[in-house]
Design a protein around this ligand. Structure first.
Ligand SMILES: Cc1cc2nc3c(=O)[nH]c(=O)nc-3n(C[C@H](O)[C@H](O)[C@H](O)COP(=O)(O)O)c2cc1C
Ligand code: SF4
Length: 818
């Protein structure tokens, strides 16, 4: 006992001795233990994060996100609806007289019905005295076309007998082998004493295809000779009221148009365009005799009948198809008839009204600066203290008809609806109508571009992004301080304007009759275009009208309006533009008007995360070399980790070449090559993987320089990507016809928490597997569409003209709509 007491007394000095002799190894061991403990905690945290990505075992938790008072929307005015006409044109290819349709959309605001504008009269047809004589030509070697022509003749005769219009005479059926070519195709038939010059002709031409010498080859040669004969006017058939051609072919032997399917009908259509001075009343139709011929012919007949009705009503060939045109046209007619035509027309009108006001877009920029009274001014209205709060002003029109902004947007091909909404058909819609491929949204999600409308209910935006091609022409602002149009007025207006623009395409060469017919029923709406759609105070009502009409909604927002984002009804697919990965970069690239732009941006990401099980959520990254690409992969990964979107779309910016872009410091050097975009997404995927986030490279559309990353746990089925959407199912879920599977915990009457179905999840409307050709590594071009590689003079002319006309559209399609 005594000894142990002594030992205790010696212990401190022994410990001190040990410390002095072994302090280095002791210190090293302590540091290592601490490091191991830290690492263990970090990895455990990581595992917990990973479990946030897959479909949660129900119920879904509700996150609470703080919304600052200054983020809440302002009071708004609502002007009553004045347009009360259903413009939904689903059946519009089936001609009826009078053209009055039952209203299908329940209107939220009732109003006075406006009488439509006086239709444009056909120059050579007086519908009060003249009569239309349809002539149905056909050629047939083995009888198939003859049989179809006979049936068509009967159907049109019955339709006319049933009183479609008193101006229509019964059609005449004419076999090209038995008529005198010169009597019909060098000049139109001469008037007889009985008709006294009051009969005008409309040609319908049905043809088979033969890649051997037949009577058809002669017919084609004759048309060509007539056009080239210097003694004859190059457009000797320009007094015809219109024409349309339908071809029969055999897809078994000639599967695609490039391989010769219906090639002769297409040729005849082209020569007839030249001979008539572009009087194509309806696009050339094509039917496979061993497949869809009957169905296609039926569609084509409906379209032709509608054209006949329009002529009889004195409306000529409708918008976009000139009653007469440059008879010496070549393939350049491909581009001559475009929305640009209308746009420049309207600009001319403005020019004549206010002479010298609008010369071109460049001039407009300076005018905008020089005429502050008429121009929406980019003012920062974001305030934190009462003293700087702007005084309430009487609401004004966002884009008044008389403003330079209106002129500029119209010149760019936009139709302005009311005073703050816009619609424009994008170049992909035109491309798809001509069978030349849809945008990347078809490859990724199944949206066929000819069924898609691009629109916005707010032309105003709270950013001035450097890559925005309408910078300098669109209004900007941080608060909604404008007269507000009713949602149904906007819906009626945008759909009517869209259909009008589609109809303008009917005379354009290459437009497929079946796609044209399909396009008369809008299936999808890309709410992006220009401005900020969720800025519009009644966005939810507008979305509901769209869903009621079974139009899917892809809504893109700029992550600057958290309050509106939080209260948005679920859309088919919700996008947030992610233009930079950090605050500094975002300021430089988006040039936001809100001072608290970064807080708003982060709040929007949190909202997106909270709502990711209600709807498909997407990050849209637009890569601009020199601005937001280099060294930002980790930053983007941080944002993905924060919001956990279902998808990340990455695309390279497209250069729009405007002075606005130039002044923002953007040149062609800022446009990344596709290989650079590919390298970027590969690095992003790896970075996400290193953080345990299971995103994979799902699909690509090399043509648009666009790649899709998707959450593997949510959008793969049996190891295959399922990025496509079942749109019909989405509408069924929206209507409540089908129950969704999103459940939440709610308190029952007895106070006990129970699980309850509260809606649907993105997984409830998954579509088909992503097609093989769209998968990452396969390019993303639908093999059923035609790659247009033309040669020679026509190709050059077309390329030149397309470049000019589509530069604007391409920019819009690539970077606007996304
Ligand atoms: C010799 C021959 C050549 C043909 N060449 C083509 C062709 O180049 N492209 C095509 O789409 N169909 C072609 N076809 C299919 C015909 O156009 C098709 O069978 C059509 O229905 C024939 O119409 P008809 O019975 O009115 O003569 C060809 C058929 C034959 C017998
Ligand atoms: S680019 Fe946009 S508007 Fe055009 S078809 Fe594709 S989704 Fe629709």
């Amino acid at each position: 006992m005594e000894r142990s007491h002594v030992e205790w007394q010696l212990l401190p000095s022994e410990l001190l001795l040990i410390w002095h002799t072994h302090r280095i190894p002791i210190l090293l061991s302590a540091v290592s233990i601490l490091a191991i403990a830290r690492l263990t905690l970090y990895l455990r945290g990581r595992r917990e994060k990973i479990s946030a990505s897959p479909i949660p075992s129900s119920p879904v938790e509700k996150a609470v996100i703080e919304l600052k008072p200054e983020w809440l929307p302002e009071n708004t005015t609502l002007t009553p609806s004045v347009l009360n006409v259903d413009n939904h044109a689903e059946e519009s290819t089936i001609a009826k007289l009078p053209i009055l349709k039952a209203k299908r959309v329940p209107k939220t605001v009732k109003g006075r019905k406006l009488s439509p504008k006086a239709p444009k009269r056909a120059s050579s047809f007086d519908h009060t005295t003249d009569q239309v004589q349809p002539l149905l030509f056909f050629s047939s070697l083995s009888g198939t076309t003859e049989r179809f022509a006979g049936e068509l003749h009967k159907q049109i005769s019955t339709w006319i007998e049933e009183g479609s219009s008193s101006s229509l005479l019964p059609p005449q059926l004419l076999d090209l082998s038995y008529i005198e070519h010169d009597d019909y195709f060098v000049s139109p038939p001469k008037p007889t004493p009985e008709t006294a010059g009051n009969v005008k002709y409309f040609y319908l031409i049905l043809l088979p295809t033969y890649n051997i010498d037949t009577v058809l080859s002669n017919f084609l040669e004759n048309l060509q000779e007539t056009h080239n004969d210097f003694r004859i006017d190059t457009a000797p058939l320009s007094s015809l009221l219109g024409y349309s051609v339908f071809g029969f072919g055999d897809k078994e032997g000639w599967p695609t148009e490039e391989e010769g399917f219906c090639s002769q009908a297409k040729e005849v259509d082209k020569w007839m365009a030249r001979l008539t001075g572009r009087k194509r009343a309806y696009p050339v139709g094509m039917g496979d005799v061993k497949g869809d011929a009957k169905h296609r012919l039926h569609e084509w007949r409906n379209g032709v009948q509608e054209a006949l009705v329009e002529i009889c009503e004195g409306r000529g060939l409708g918008v976009g198809v000139p009653g007469s045109g440059d008879p010496a046209e070549s393939d350049e007619e491909d581009v001559a008839e475009d929305s640009e035509g209308e746009a420049s027309g309207s600009t001319k009108k403005i020019k004549s009204k206010k002479s010298g006001r609008v010369d071109d877009l460049e001039d407009l920029g300076s005018m905008i600066n020089s005429d502050p009274a008429e121009t929406p001014i980019a003012i920062d209205f974001t305030t934190y203290s009462k003293s700087t709060k702007p005084q309430p002003q009487a609401p004004k029109e966002m884009v008044p008809v008389s403003s330079p902004t209106h002129a500029a947007l119209t010149k760019q091909g936009y139709s302005i609806i009311g005073s703050h909404s816009g619609v424009k058909i994008c170049r992909w819609t035109k491309s798809a109508l001509r069978g030349r491929g849809s945008c990347y949204k078809y490859s990724f999600y199944g949206i066929a571009s000819h069924l898609c409308m691009e629109a916005t209910p707010s032309l105003s935006c709270s950013n001035k992004c450097v890559f925005c091609w309408r910078h300098g022409t669109n209004p900007v602002g941080t608060t909604w301080r404008w007269i507000t149009d009713a949602p149904d007025t906007i819906f009626d207006g945008i759909t009517e304007a869209h259909y009008k623009k589609i109809k303008m395409m009917k005379g354009v060469p290459g437009v497929r009759a079946e796609r044209f017919a399909e396009a008369m029923r809008i299936r999808h709406c890309a709410l992006s275009l220009v401005g900020e759609p969720i800025f519009y105070p009644h966005i939810n009502e507008l979305l509901s009208i769209m869903h009621k009409n079974r139009i899917s909604t892809f809504l893109v927002c700029n992550a600057q309006h958290p309050a509106q984002l939080a209260s948005l009804v679920p859309v088919t697919q919700l996008y947030v533009s992610i233009d930079a990965s950090n605050k500094d970069s975002l300021r430089k690239i988006d040039r936001p008007l809100h001072r608290d732009f970064w807080e708003r941006f982060c709040a929007c990401l949190d909202i997106l995360k909270a709502r990711r099980f209600e709807q498909r959520t997407v990050f849209r990254l637009t890569l601009v070399k020199g601005f937001n690409m280099a060294d930002e992969v980790r930053g983007y990964a941080d944002l993905v980790e924060r919001a956990l979107p279902g998808f990340v779309e990455v695309k390279g910016v497209t250069y729009c070449g405007t002075s606005a872009a130039g002044s923002a410091g953007l040149t062609m050097q800022n446009v990344p090559f596709y290989e650079e975009v590919q390298a970027f997404v590969t690095a992003l995927e790896a970075e996400l993987k290193s953080r345990g986030l299971d995103y994979g490279l799902a699909a690509e559309h090399a043509h648009s320089c666009c790649v899709l990353l998707a959450d593997r746990k949510r959008f793969q089925r049996n190891g295959k990507w399922v990025t496509r959407i079942d749109f019909e199912r989405f509408f069924d879920l929206w209507e409540g016809g089908v129950q969704g599977t999103r459940v939440e915990k709610v308190k029952g009457e007895d106070g006990v928490e129970v699980e309850k179905v509260v809606g649907w999840r993105p997984e409830d409307y998954l579509g088909d597997d992503t097609p093989e050709w769209a998968l990452w590594g396969n390019g993303g071009f639908d093999p059923r569409d035609v790659r247009v590689k033309r040669k020679g003079k026509a190709a050059k002319a077309e390329a030149r003209a397309l470049e000019a006309v589509e530069a604007q559209d391409a920019q819009e399609a690539e970077s606007g709509c996304g």
